[in-house]
Write a protein that binds this ligand. Structure first.
Ligand code: MGD
Ligand code: MGD
Ligand code: SF4
Ligand code: MO
Length: 738
């Protein structure tokens, strides 16, 4: 931090999304006066988005809890001391464990944990201390299939290939909208400029999406595809690659098994056949494949839209297969692995696991130590889960059939939430333990440096001293762990001794022992190798260079080979075959139904950034987008309030008509639906919107991985009947039943 005439200039990276933009924050008299992009950050080069100012809004938000609270008998909240709070939580959890066994206490970790290195380092020991099989996280409504394919193909769930965006000549993007999301599993600040640069250097960007998105508008090419059909589409690309002899794995062939199996599997997916399912013409598939293969370098990338669908596992697998058989894995301009300053692949000793246990009711498989969160509500209803710990999550709004989870939580025996808001989920807590906000603690992106399109490192000091009597996430997690371990082992005591000094001590150790730590001193421009002290001398961050080829060394499979055709994935192709007719029929025989997909918005971030007036300005963003033809067929006009119904629920939202939608497909953002009794989010509750997850169906999952299938939900849309009251909200039914 620099200091000039009472104005302090603080540099840090934004932790709100995956882009890690460098910020320059000016502070006068303890107040933030401005937040700008840090021009000297070598990676983000001054870029920020409108959300960056929210860091200040979160800090100052009067609704943000700053002290622990417990629920009173009448449903109000009472401030209590930290000691009282920890005692209540310990007693509550132990009571349920004693009566119903350890598996009756579940834990759910939400997305912001991944943006908080204290939580990342101190969460797993708490989960371990709970010794429960009912562990859940936002992973199973998000990127699970990426981990799944990396585990089976490359041997480690965290060995995720990243598009080498700055050097590629062909970026094929399925089901991702980086122009709005700012990139995901692809940390690339100012991604729009980077996409523009591909085209400026003569390369191409092609987007495959049922909506002509903001990214599609920047790209040279856009292909409409029917939701949920990408596995057929990807197989058809593979078919053409093999059929036309365009496969050229090059040096990868020496350490890749299964290319022959893939060739065999792709035979039946000719683009003429798959076009009946995907809606993408055979000519378009053939031309796209030829162009992709003719490019000097190319990368196929897929995100939320292809991960959260019925065949999410197959999609992420096939994307990897395409990159391998075209020789684009591990080569500049293709899909590459990072070599981050903290090597999370090494740090996470257990490479992964699958099916070690299953959920209670539906017997859905464990993956990486977690169960699919789509099974949580039913396992609560069945009594297998009776208490829940939530940490930085809002599963009532973020998981399918959130309404059902909302009801189950109202009946839970004990709920504790580590969160600084009373939101749709935490309103059910008996005790809320609020951590400090971002600006009060230090920051290092353990995960997003490992997913970045360049190797970089950046550490941020805290800006503000935490208010009196507050706790950081790591302190809360550590205290709970200590209390829940009955007979600590030597290893646990040693961990506590180190851990109680704070996560920066662990970070320092990890940096020192990482690939740029003192062991590699001679290669570095800045002296003797990395430690936290050295990193602190670079407040704008360090650029460690473009991604470098690292295979086969970096492979984590026992035989150091790529397993391109693992049995688990190959077997799932039969499910795809069985589904083909049904999928095609769904489009031929619409019976007035439409297909729902999701979308993100620049000024929003999942469910929790709707409480900041600056981000909520302007028109309503929780709208249903529909193609004009579908609107005409239903006699609907722009701005009408429509009722959207699915098997599990119905909601009402304003309609927005736009030809950016594929006919037959409608789109709605998630994370809204704040009008529920007891939610203490003043601004958000004033513009509540409706939750798309009250429509999404927890039965709709990718049967292979257990990931939620949001895309492709069948819905009906009608004008809201005049003179009748609005559809009963989930909140109303929860209150009624409570
Ligand atoms: N239909 C549909 N559903 C979706 C998605 C979709 O595209 N469509 N997207 C899915 C995806 S990708 C994700 S990641 C999930 C997100 O789902 P969740 O992670 O369950 O929910 P968030 O909205 O991120 O809520 C984060 C919570 O963490 C709190 N919080 C913020 N910062 C901190 C912190 O530093 N410490 C602590 N302790 N708490 C903090 C906030 O107050 C908020 O309550 O939603 C998923 N749900
Ligand atoms: N502004 C903002 N940024 C965010 C977030 C946010 O909420 N707001 N959330 C953050 C999080 S947690 C994540 S995980 C990332 C997600 O990052 P992205 O995946 O880039 O973001 P989405 O907008 O969900 O993009 C999904 C796209 O898939 C398309 N789609 C839907 N169904 C299908 C389908 O069946 N096939 C194909 N091919 N496409 C389909 C949708 O139209 C949409 O354009 O964004 C992160 N960044
Ligand atoms: S793009 Fe993401 S990291 Fe960058 S300023 Fe916006 S929210 Fe922060
Ligand atoms: Mo996410």
């Amino acid at each position: 931090m620099t200091n000039s005439a009472a104005e302090l200039v603080h540099h840090r990276s934004c932790n709100l999304c995956e882009a890690m933009c460098g910020l320059e924050i000016r502070v006068r008299d303890g107040e933030v006066v401005s937040i700008r992009g840090d021009e000297n950050d070598p990676f983000s080069r001054g870029h920020i988005c409108p959300k960056a100012v929210a860091l200040q809004d979160i800090h100052g938000d009067p609704d943000r809890l700053r002290h622990p609270v417990k629920k009173t008998e009448h449903g109000g909240w009472q401030r209590i001391s930290w000691e009282q709070a920890f005692e209540l939580v310990e007693a509550g959890i132990r009571r349920v464990q004693a009566h119903h066994g350890r598996d009756a206490v579940a834990i759910y970790g939400g997305n912001p944990n991944v943006h908080n290195y204290g939580s990342l380092l101190y969460g797993p020991p708490l989960i371990h201390a709970l010794r429960t099989r009912h562990r859940y996280s936002a992973t199973s409504v998000d990127q699970l299939p990426h981990h799944f394919s990396s585990y089976f193909l490359y041997g480690h769930i965290l060995l995720l290939p990243v598009p080498d965006l700055d050097r590629t000549q062909f970026f094929l993007c399925l089901g991702g909208n980086p122009a709005v999301s700012n990139g995901s599993l692809m940390t690339a600040p100012d991604v729009k400029k980077r996409l523009g640069a591909i085209q400026e250097r003569g390369g191409r960007v092609v987007v495959v999406d049922p909506r002509r998105t903001e990214t599609a508008n920047l790209a040279g090419g856009h292909v409409f595809i029917r939701p949920g059909t990408d596995a057929w589409f990807l197989f058809s690309l593979l078919h053409v690659i093999f059929q036309e002899g365009l496969d050229q794995p090059g040096r990868l062939a020496a350490f890749t098994d299964g290319i022959g199996v893939m060739r065999e599997l792709a035979t039946e997916f000719d683009p003429e056949t798959t076009s009946k399912i995907t809606g993408v013409s055979a000519d378009a598939v053939r031309q796209l494949t030829r162009d992709f293969c003719a490019a000097d370098s190319a990368v196929c990338y897929g995100r939320m839209g292809v991960s959260t669908q019925e065949f999410g596992g197959l999609c992420q697998w096939l994307i990897n297969v395409i990159n391998v058989v075209t020789g684009n894995l591990d080569r500049p301009g293709g899909a590459m692995f990072t070599r981050p300053a903290v090597d999370v692949v090494k740090l996470k000793k257990k490479p992964g696991s699958f099916r070690r246990w299953t959920s209670h009711v539906r017997e859905l498989p464990e993956f990486g130590g977690e169960l699919p969160v789509s099974s949580l509500a039913e396992d609560m209803e069945a009594g297998a889960v009776r208490a829940l710990v939530t940490s930085a999550g809002n599963p009532v709004l973020s998981t399918p059939d959130g309404r059902r989870l909302d009801l189950a939580l109202a009946d839970a025996e004990f709920v504790v939430s580590i969160d600084f808001y009373i939101n749709e989920t935490t309103r059910h807590a008996d005790v809320i333990l609020p951590p400090t906000a971002s600006l009060e603690h230090d920051h290092y992106d353990l995960i997003f440096h490992a997913l970045a399109i360049r190797d970089t490192a950046r550490y941020s000091e805290p800006l503000f001293t935490p208010a009196d009597d507050t706790r950081h996430d790591w302190q809360i997690l550590l205290e709970l762990q200590k209390r829940l371990v009955t007979k600590p082992t030597f290893a646990q005591r040693s961990w506590w001794a180190v851990a109680s000094r704070g996560p920066h001590v662990l970070l320092d150790l990890a940096l020192r022992s990482g690939p740029y730590g003192s062991g590699l001193r001679s290669f570095l421009p800045f002296g003797k190798g990395l430690s936290l002290e050295r990193l602190k001398r670079y407040p704008h961050g360090i650029d460690l260079g473009a991604l470098k080829p690292s295979l086969p060394d970096r492979l984590q499979t026992p035989d150091r080979r790529i397993h391109l055709a693992p049995a688990e994935l190959v077997e799932d192709v039969s499910r795809l075959r069985q589904r083909a007719d049904g999928m095609a029929a769904q489009w031929q025989n619409r019976a007035g139904r439409l297909t729902l997909i999701g979308r993100r918005q620049v000024r929003s971030n999942n469910s929790w950034m709707h409480n900041y007036p600056r981000l909520m300005k302007g028109s309503d963003r929780c709208t249903l987008l529909m193609h004009p033809d579908d609107a005409v067929a239903r006699s609907l006009s722009d701005g009408d309030h429509v009722r959207v119904s699915s098997r599990v629920g119905e909601i009402e939202v304003p309609l927005e008509i736009s030809d950016e939608m594929m006919p037959g497909v409608v789109s709605m953002p998630h994370g809204f639906g704040h009008a529920r009794e007891g939610v203490r989010l003043t601004t958000a509750s004033g513009r509540p919107g409706a939750s798309v997850n009250d429509l999404n169906d927890s039965r709709r999952i990718d049967d292979l991985t257990g990931n939620a299938a949001f895309s492709g939900l069948s819905v009906t849309v009608v004008a809201r009947p005049k003179g009748r009251p609005a559809a009963k909200s989930a909140a109303a039914s929860v209150e009624a039943s409570a």
